[in-house]
Design a protein around this ligand. Sequence first.
Ligand code: HAM
Length: 419
Amino acid sequence: MTSFTAPKGTFDTLPPDSATFLAVRDALTAPLRRAGYGYIETPIFEDTALFARGVGESTDVVSKEMYTFTDRKERSLSLRPELTAGLMRAFIEHKLYSGQLPVKLYAVGSNFRYEQPQAGRYRHFTQVDMEALGVDDPALDAEVVALAVAGFRELGLTDFDLLMTSLGDAECRPQYREKLQSFLAGLDLDEETRRRAEINPLRVLDDKRPDVAAQLAEAPLMVDHLCDPCQRHYDEVRQYLTDLGVEWQEAPRLVRGLDYYTKTTFEFVHNGLGAQSAIGGGGRYDGLSKQLGGPDVSGIGYAVGVDRTLLALRAEGLVGDAPSRVAAFVVPLGDAARRRGLALVTELRNAGVPADFAFGGKGLKGAMKAADRSGARYAVVLGERDLADGTAQLKDLTTAEQRAVPLTDLARTVKELLS
Ligand code: HAM
């Protein structure tokens, strides 16, 4: 019979590597908890219309990459391609806006995009996402960006850059959009690019093909056409970031793959990753709540790709040896010792010592091999004579030293030796 493999573009995270995955997830979220962000979970699937309206119908993410299906009652649902729309839906549905603002939320979870898989680009990936909702204050923008930086620093990453720009708002962007469109209309572009210029002209600015890029050198840029409030907002964000010691690069052509952004917009790129270099990105999205039927309140947030952050850590040589699974490994010799040994494992665990047992009725040699493989510092060998004496042999697997320890003291002794 044929067996199965994980679907294309997906992968399994297995021990011991999975320990690093959890450590990355925890390091990226630690600064958020310290800043008063609360953990939220939302469903992995939502109404398809939520993403169409929230993320934008003309984005690749929605128009080409969503996993969409109908359920048994013909409702159209989609696996979430990102977390912001779902969090905003929950914010509106539960009227979180009627409490204290900003509402600070973070989430960790799976996302799904039908992309062409390559190194760092998957169809199933994990993000750490955060959103600060309900307050339009440039100081909040600076805090949000600084928290992302703090997460990367917590992991020891240094070889990354912060790219930042302002995308304006409902006041100045439509005017700029027209200006850009009339500029693009005068260029020699192929049919598809022309179409893109009609639907989403800002995205044309991101075209990397040399002949197109050359024509775009003189294109008008949003940052040069910000209205006064947006200009002031951006100036203040930059002032606060300077105060916080955060460095950034101006990226006036930064194009994000989601349509909801306004004003401050940013991306983190790592220099050791090749084509898929964005390890995180985000920005302000002041129209999203209203767009989704909520009150007209603002929001800002970011998401960091956990999988790409792991690749970045590897690129910087920051992934150390896999941690040991357990600290103590109990090896029983004979049936009576087996029974006492299994209870001993529980005593060790209850004392806070990660412990495992030689399951499977192995002989001494096989069991000691299993103890070595587990990475445990100590083997606890329990023979029949030991049992009669009420002791066990405690063996330090790094030095091979061995001594008899009373069973009643064993858990406490191992705990003390480890501390
Ligand atoms: P995004 O830029 O689409 O933004 O994704 C954020 C991060 O998720 C990327 O920088 C990347 O590290 C990771 N990522 C995206 N797609 C993939 C993929 N196919 N495979 C592996 N990693 C991937 C958002 O999703 C916004 N919701 C961020 C946000 C939150 N904006 C405001 N609040």
